[in-house]
Write a new protein. Structure first.
Length: 117
């Protein structure tokens, strides 16, 4: 893993989980080890090139591991490391928030209306 300078923990988190796809890849791997094609099928819209890039970055950052089986044709599986598994509670919280947000949108309420700090 690369060591970078961060001003706060949220910045570090955003640096590792940046982009549209990484959390969706992690969500899929929370179900267990997956092959490349399984991950790609489970995330509509992700290209092969982008999935490859994101998997490499997640592996570099220590969130996933890549296991190559010595067989022909080659078989490769991706799974979460313990560090990657620790994101489950983050994804669960995001899921709950997203559900509440969608209910708000469906009810016709304008998000943020009436709420102030």
């Amino acid at each position: 893993m690369e060591t970078k300078e961060f001003h706060c923990p949220v910045e570090a988190t955003l640096s590792v989980l940046n982009g549209k796809w990484k959390l969706l890849i992690i969500r899929e791997l929370l179900k267990g080890p997956r092959r490349f094609s399984q991950i790609q099928r489970s995330i509509p819209g992700i290209t092969q090139k982008m999935l490859t890039k994101q998997l490499r970055e997640l592996e570099r950052d220590g969130l996933i591991s890549r296991k190559v089986y010595p067989q022909v044709p080659p078989k490769v599986e991706y799974s979460l490391t313990d560090l990657g598994e620790s994101l489950k509670e983050v994804l669960d919280a995001m899921h709950r928030w997203g559900e509440r947000y969608l209910v708000t949108l469906r009810s016709g309420s304008r998000p943020g209306a009436g709420a102030s700090r």
